[in-house]
Structures are given as C-alpha cells and as structure tokens.
Design a protein around this ligand. Structure first.
Ligand code: FES
Length: 75
C-alpha cells in the first residue's frame, strides 16, 4: 500500500494537467474492485482524453488542455 509516512492522502491538481494522488490511498473501480496503481504516486486524468483512464497518459499536453491548479488563487 502506498504511503507518504503519515497516512495522509493528498490530491494535487496540476496546472493544465492531471490530479496527482499521493499517500495511503486505495484506487477502486465503481464496483469496488481494487486497481493496482503500480506506484506510490499516481496521476489521474482530468482532461478525459487518456487512453489509459483513470491514469494520465500525457494526452492533455497534445490537446492543449487548460485547467487551473488553484481554483481560488486569492487565498
Ligand atoms: S490529464 Fe493527462 S491525459 Fe488527461
């Protein structure tokens, strides 16, 4: 099981890219079947274009996907 040492899970939206998930997380299908992330940190697609969903395959770069990493930059 991936862990960052203190058990906390963090999800980081990357500017114009995927969601990075770190920590003691479990990735499961809608039916609850475990998905082996294969690593301690995973990049989950949020552009909808990856051919390896739920993982990012870099397609967001080619497509010019745009999304902020901070929905409230004033805080
Ligand atoms: S966010 Fe990278 S392929 Fe979708």
């Amino acid at each position: 099981m991936p862990t960052d040492g203190d058990g906390e899970v963090t999800v980081t939206p990357c500017e114009d890219g995927p969601l990075l998930v770190r920590g003691n997380f479990r990735l499961v299908t809608q039916e609850g079947r475990e998905i082996d992330p294969g690593r301690a940190t995973v990049a989950l697609c949020r552009c909808g274009l990856s051919s390896t969903k739920p993982f990012c395959d870099g397609s967001h770069r080619v497509a010019g996907f745009r999304a902020t990493s901070d929905p409230d930059p004033a805080t």
